[in-house]
Design a protein around this ligand. Structure first.
Ligand SMILES: C[S@@+](CC[C@H](N)C(=O)[O-])C[C@H]1O[C@@H](n2cnc3c(N)ncnc32)[C@H](O)[C@@H]1O
Length: 189
């Protein structure tokens, strides 16, 4: 925070970080037999674009479904859209051979990477690739970059508590597209 001038009309300049709450708490989640811990906030930020700092009800539902139907994930490659803190992608990494978590928000990507680090260092698993990538929905440049690194595409495209406009570029992700989409319009951005 900087203060300019010396009179009654002082102008106080706040940089962006003043508005960002990064007081993340290590939080335990249980989905069926799966228990995982990750850093997240417990209440929403005032900034609509920082919705990814907490775990949303759609992710709780999706993770519950996936933990009970883990056979659909086994050995698959998965890309998740709007991953937030990563609770869905990280659960998937216990069963999949490759998981790419994506989000467009730089602040969210920071906590997502921290949670990935927490899990890749604390657990030994079959998943060879658990990574975070920046992906703004509809950005053909970013989609191309991801596909350049994953030329085989993805078996599954997951997203919880997001809404998207489906267009042909998203369908390029997967030849055998199994798309689980939980639409909770009233709750999302
Ligand atoms: C409601 S949160 C859901 C987060 C997580 N999937 C969950 O259910 O806990 C929506 C997420 O989508 C991301 N998002 C919103 N608009 C986006 C866009 N245009 N491109 C990529 N990600 C976006 C946000 O940053 C946020 O992480």
């Amino acid at each position: 925070m900087e203060r300019e001038g010396g009179g009654e009309d002082d102008i106080v300049c706040l940089d962006g970080s003043f508005f960002i709450n990064d007081d993340y708490q290590l939080t335990k989640f249980t989905f069926g037999s799966q228990v995982l811990e990750l850093f997240c906030l417990h209440s929403a930020s005032t900034d609509f674009d920082l919705t990814g700092q907490l775990v949303w009800p759609g992710a709780m539902l999706l993770n519950d479904y996936l933990s009970k139907n883990a056979e659909i994930l086994r050995g698959c490659s998965v890309i998740e859209l709007g991953s937030g803190v990563g609770v869905t992608g990280i659960l998937c990494s216990r069963f999949c051979h490759e998981v790419v978590l994506t989000d467009h928000n730089e602040e969210v990507l920071k906590i997502l990477n921290k949670n990935i680090e927490l899990h890749t260092s604390s657990e030994n698993r079959n998943c060879t690739g658990l990574v975070a990538k920046k992906l703004e929905w509809g950005s053909s440049t970013q989609i191309k970059q991801i596909l350049d690194e994953h030329s085989g595409g993805f078996d599954l495209v997951l997203g919880a508590d997001i809404y998207i406009l489906i267009n042909t570029s998203i369908l390029k992700f997967s030849t055998e597209l199994f798309y689980i989409y939980i639409y909770m319009c009233t709750l999302c951005v």
